[in-house]
Design a protein around this ligand. Structure first.
Ligand SMILES: Nc1ncnc2c1ncn2[C@@H]1O[C@H](COP(=O)(O)OP(=O)(O)OP(=O)(O)O)[C@@H](O)[C@H]1O
Length: 323
């Protein structure tokens, strides 16, 4: 089984060279406070360019707030956010990203062809061939009005608009939530193919853990407005071990005391703990490597567990905090 040290080594190989723009996103001490309280706080992380990043967290965790700050729709209360090394408030970042929100705003009276033409008029670097390829590969009739399309076809047109812009960073807020399993599968294949071909960095929020496991090689996990995990999926998962054994008094064995226990579940005389080992893990119990879904669920159920960053994902938040 891989241990935490090996995991760190895996993560280190993916750290960009430090060239300006090597990080698609870099947040330092980022926070947003509404009248009811903080939606996001102390948010510091790095996302290397070219990765497909899953943004995960329970309802109200702060995912849309983070995406909103990235797309300049939400003004940060504190901290800073950079896209490819440029502060998000600078006008020059605008052509570099595209955003596809949950509601996929499209003009229902426009035909598909008119929608793509609008995309070409609004975006200087528009790639009509790519946009048309995406629409054509889903057999979406170019002369149909958008209002008459199925949910899956509309999503495909929205994807075509987003990719036609040729963004370096594509931000997706639960892009597949209204799709049936077949359309979902088609769209995720399309998304992966387009992203890989163009080296597009993707940030995608989703509640579908299996979808994230299939598509994403990088993860940002939020809970309660704070980052709980950030970094390479390949390194985050093996940093955890699932420990199963017998408990006499409902408590964990003392041998686990020196390790970080993310979650402990007791059923009868049996316990199952999600553990982040801080050294060799030997005792009267069984261990196994958890799946990504098991690791995510444990963190989502235990928002107070200590956060985990792979080395490349960590960034200092010095000097940016306000009251
Ligand atoms: N415009 C707003 N005014 C006041 N509070 C807000 C506003 N937008 C978000 N919030 C609050 O900020 C917190 C984070 O919300 P956010 O929408 O970012 O969560 P989320 O992770 O995207 O949730 P979901 O999975 O339900 O979409 C919530 O407590 C929410 O009520």
């Amino acid at each position: 089984m891989t241990n935490g040290i090996e995991a760190k080594r895996v993560a280190d190989t993916s750290i960009p060279s430090g060239l300006p723009g090597a990080w698609a996103l870099e947040a330092r001490g980022l926070g947003k406070r509404y009248r009811r309280g903080w939606a996001l706080r102390d948010c510091s992380f790095r996302l290397p360019a070219g990765r497909i990043c899953g943004l995960v967290g329970p309802n109200g965790a702060g995912k849309s707030t983070l995406l909103g700050m990235t797309t300049r729709q939400v003004e940060p209360t504190e901290g800073e956010l950079r896209i490819f090394g440029v502060a998000v408030g600078e006008a020059s970042v605008m052509p570099r990203f595209a955003f596809l929100g949950q509601d996929k705003p499209l003009f229902k009276r426009f035909t598909v062809a008119e929608t793509l033409r609008m995309g070409s008029e609004l975006n200087p670097g528009w790639d009509m061939a790519a946009a048309e390829r995406i629409v054509r590969s889903g057999d979406v009739p170019p002369h149909a009005r958008v209002g008459t399309l199925s949910g899956g076809q509309r999503t495909r047109v929205a994807f075509a608009l987003a990719f036609g812009k040729r963004p370096d960073l594509l931000l997706l807020d639960e892009p597949m939530s209204d799709l049936d399993p077949l359309a979902r599968d088609e769209m995720s294949t399309l998304l992966m193919a387009e992203a890989v071909e163009r080296g597009t960095t993707v940030v995608m929020s989703s509640h579908m853990l299996t979808e994230l496991e299939d598509m994403c090689d990088y993860l940002l996990v939020l809970a309660g407005g704070r980052i709980r995990m950030a970094g390479d999926a390949d390194a985050l998962v093996p940093a955890h071990t699932l420990v199963t054994g017998v408990t006499r008094d409902g408590r964990l064995p003392a041998g686990l005391d020196g390790h970080t226990v993310i979650e402990n579940r007791v059923q009868g005389r049996q316990f199952q703990a999600m553990v982040r080992p801080n050294g060799p893990l030997s005792g009267d119990w069984q261990t196994s490597e958890p799946s990504l879904e098991e690791v995510l669920l444990a963190h989502l159920r235990s928002p107070d567990a200590p956060p985990l960053y792979t080395p490349g994902a960590r960034v200092g938040a010095e000097g940016t905090r306000t009251a």
